[in-house]
Design a protein around this ligand. Structure first.
Ligand SMILES: [Fe+2]
Ligand SMILES: [Fe+2]
Length: 180
């Protein structure tokens, strides 16, 4: 098996971890634990921001200059990052609105369903975006860049990612145990 540093492998693993955090947020949401749901959503955003910034600042400029262009251009990924940010803000707003309302249990459940519907579009966009990254951005960088460059950028990013993930998972545990 190859020991080559793989952006596809490493960033793909980040995608799965982000998806898992979002699911934890949704678990809290369907149980009506809104404070917990918002805490986990913020942890998701911290991890996602670090991930997105690494792609925007480090990977996309190199991808844009590759000799053999990938299937999708760098601008598309940047636009998707922006769209993901916009949809995220709408979800956060919706959740804060819900927290400020005093509703009977049935209406609260219906409003939660409404928010979950909004989150479905967000998840769909993230899923397609991640697929496009794994099918072009990451795979082309793995194919066309220098091993030393990939090792160096991944070493820095991995250390930051581990640290952030550890901190946010602790926050999520605190939310779940009602310590926040
Ligand atoms: Fe991305
Ligand atoms: Fe990504």
């Amino acid at each position: 098996m190859s020991k080559e540093p793989s952006l596809t492998g490493q960033l793909g693993a980040c995608h799965r971890q982000l998806d898992e955090i979002f699911l934890l947020h949704q678990e809290a949401l369907i149980q009506g634990q809104l404070q917990n749901a918002v805490g986990i959503l913020h942890s998701y955003e911290s991890c996602h921001t670090l991930h997105r910034q690494f792609e925007d600042d480090v990977l996309l400029p190199v991808y844009a200059g590759l000799e053999q262009p990938g299937k999708w251009n760098a601008t598309l990924y940047q636009q998707e990052h922006q769209k993901i940010g916009e949809l995220y803000s709408r979800i956060e707003e919706g959740l804060h609105e819900l927290m400020g309302q005093s509703l009977d249990p049935s209406q609260m459940r219906r409003n939660i369903i409404h928010l979950l519907d909004r989150e479905k579009s967000f998840k769909g966009l993230c899923e397609h975006h991640q697929e496009r990254e794994e099918q072009s951005l990451l795979i082309e960088l793995d194919r066309q860049t220098d091993t030393y460059w990939r090792s160096a950028v991944m070493e820095t990013f991995s250390a930051q990612w581990r640290q952030t993930l550890e901190k946010e998972m602790e926050n999520i545990r605190s939310c779940s145990e009602g310590r926040n």
